[in-house]
Write a protein that binds this ligand. Structure first.
Ligand code: HEC
Ligand code: HEC
Ligand code: HEC
Length: 411
């Protein structure tokens, strides 16, 4: 009798611990998949949705994924949840591919189940996102069936032979659960990611979600240690995470285990012979730069040196990143360097102890010719692409940023 009772008690405790472990696993997967970034409005409660997505076809809103029966996913069975995650089939029709089911279809069954367990035990919140404001024919959900038919490539993840288990895990995290390509891969006219240009870079909300293919990362001088710093703290000697990438680090990457971060880095750097040939690259020449770009040098000293140092060496990472090792400066595309100068960067807080003061915008002080001169000075001094930036290029970026409302009202 007693023996029976104790067995029962142990089973109950054991079952509870297993359930708790499943919730914890689901919480981890939700962080790795960064559900909160999209399913939360600015300053809103986590997971209740209402975040707007501006697409070429109008605006749509993420939905409430707390288990509220009326406004959330409270009536979803595990099968319904799986259909939404894997096939983009929601309870009220096909989902728009702003929900990254085109990456999440790679999530294995048992992980989908843990995510389901996690979301179902969250407090239910009653909230409905604003109605979508999409143009015809994008406002008709059944059109998405055709979209899926043409553009949703359900190929299983190709895991080439000869790669380590760590690389393969990274491949899955980057292309599946972590859905890095949803931002870093260019899209076609129908807003579908171009599968033949995976991770090749894409302009997104006025920032360049840069090319993160291994050759490009090596050329910019990224290594294991600097990527680890970027992904865990948001700041490294090669650059800081800003724009949407800040949120990716804050809500997702900085919560991952050391081994998952290592796996992502192993996959991204892909230390094969061909990519490491690109390591050396152009390191620049400050002397030549000062002679060739006198106005650019003068503007750097006047406007930038106070924070980034006269010689571009930066101060401390928590204050301002160095320019003489900057991946943005060294990148093939000058887009982010130009956009940062024009827009500035807002103060940001990663967590209680890690915050950055931000950078002022210079779109009023510096005209297109001066910005081009400044960028050319920096690229010549610290190792950017040789092709000079023209005032016309700056003008084009400035116009686009102004049209999309990223330069503030004054001008
Ligand atoms: C890149 C943005 C983005 C991310 C990341 C994202 N979602 Fe979504 N999700 C959306 C949008 C937008 C919708 C609404 C789509 C629509 O209305 O057609 C949506 C809809 C859903 C739905 C359907 C809900 C309903 O109303 O029927 C579920 C379930 C869901 N998401 C779960 C998740 C989970 C779980 C994660 C994390 C693993 C996640 N989402 C990550 C953007 C995102
Ligand atoms: C008040 C201090 C301050 C001044 C002045 C300043 N910056 Fe910055 N800059 C920062 C900080 C801080 C960051 C990182 C902010 C972040 O990521 O949140 C940054 C980031 C950058 C970046 C992005 C690099 C990366 O990947 O993080 C570039 C490029 C840059 N600054 C160039 C310039 C140029 C050019 C000027 C002069 C026109 C300038 N900055 C003036 C503080 C400053
Ligand atoms: C929601 C959009 C979004 C997602 C998802 C995203 N990124 Fe980014 N990422 C950006 C943007 C925008 C930038 C450019 C700003 C910057 O440099 O921080 C960027 C920059 C980067 C950089 C260069 C940072 C620098 O300072 O030069 C790396 C490396 C990177 N991302 C890796 C990743 C990885 C790995 C993932 C998936 C785990 C990922 N990103 C997912 C938007 C995104």
């Amino acid at each position: 009798m007693h023996k029976f009772f104790f067995t029962f008690l142990l089973l109950a405790i054991g079952g509870n611990a297993a359930a708790q472990a499943d919730v914890e696993k689901g919480r981890y997967l939700a962080a790795a998949g960064d559900c909160v970034a999209c399913h939360t409005a600015t300053n809103g409660r986590p997971f209740i949705g209402g975040r707007p997505f501006h697409t070429p076809f109008g605006t749509l809103y993420s939905t409430n994924i707390t288990p509220d029966k009326k406004t959330g996913i409270g009536n979803y069975t595990l099968e319904d949840f799986t259909a939404a995650m894997r096939r983009g089939e929601g309870a009220h029709g096909n989902l728009y591919p702003a929900m990254p089911y085109t990456s999440y279809y790679l999530i294995p069954d048992e992980d989908i189940a843990s995510l389901y367990t996690y979301f179902m035990q969250l407090p239910a919140v009653e909230y409905s996102a604003p109605g979508n404001d999409l143009f015809f024919p994008a406002n008709l959900r059944f059109g998405l069936k055709f979209w899926n038919w043409i553009f949703f490539d359900k190929a299983s993840l190709s895991q080439p032979e000869g790669k380590s288990p760590e690389w393969q895990r990274g491949n899955y995290l980057v292309n599946g659960l972590g859905h890095c390509g949803e931002c870093h891969t260019p899209r076609n006219f129908a807003f579908a990611v171009k599968s033949d240009e995976k991770l090749a870079g894409n302009i997104l909300e006025g920032w360049d979600a840069v090319d993160i293919r291994s050759a490009s990362l090596h050329r910019q001088g990224w290594d294991k240690e600097q990527l680890r710093l970027l992904f865990t703290t948001g700041a490294s000697e090669r650059g800081t995470a800003f724009g949407e990438m800040f949120s990716v680090v804050k809500h997702s990457l900085s919560h991952l285990s050391e081994s998952d971060i290592d796996a992502i880095i192993t996959y991204l750097l892909d230390d094969s012979a061909e990519s490491s040939e690109n390591v050396a690259g152009n390191v620049g020449n400050p002397q030549v730069a000062a002679e060739q770009h006198t106005q650019g040098r003068a503007d750097f000293v006047a406007y930038c040196a106070g924070c980034h140092g006269r010689e571009g060496r930066g101060v401390t990472l928590s204050f301002a990143p160095p320019m003489d090792r900057s991946a943005a400066v060294r990148g093939d595309s000058p887009y982010n360097t130009i956009a940062v100068i024009l827009r500035g960067l807002p103060a940001q807080r990663m967590d209680r102890t890690n915050a950055r003061a931000g950078m002022p915008s210079f779109h009023l002080e510096l005209d297109d010719t001066r910005v081009a001169g400044l960028v050319n000075f920096m690229r010549t001094a610290w190792g950017g692409a040789e092709e000079p930036v023209t005032p016309q290029e700056v003008e084009k970026i400035r116009r686009q940023l102004r049209e999309e409302d990223y330069l503030g009202a004054a001008e």
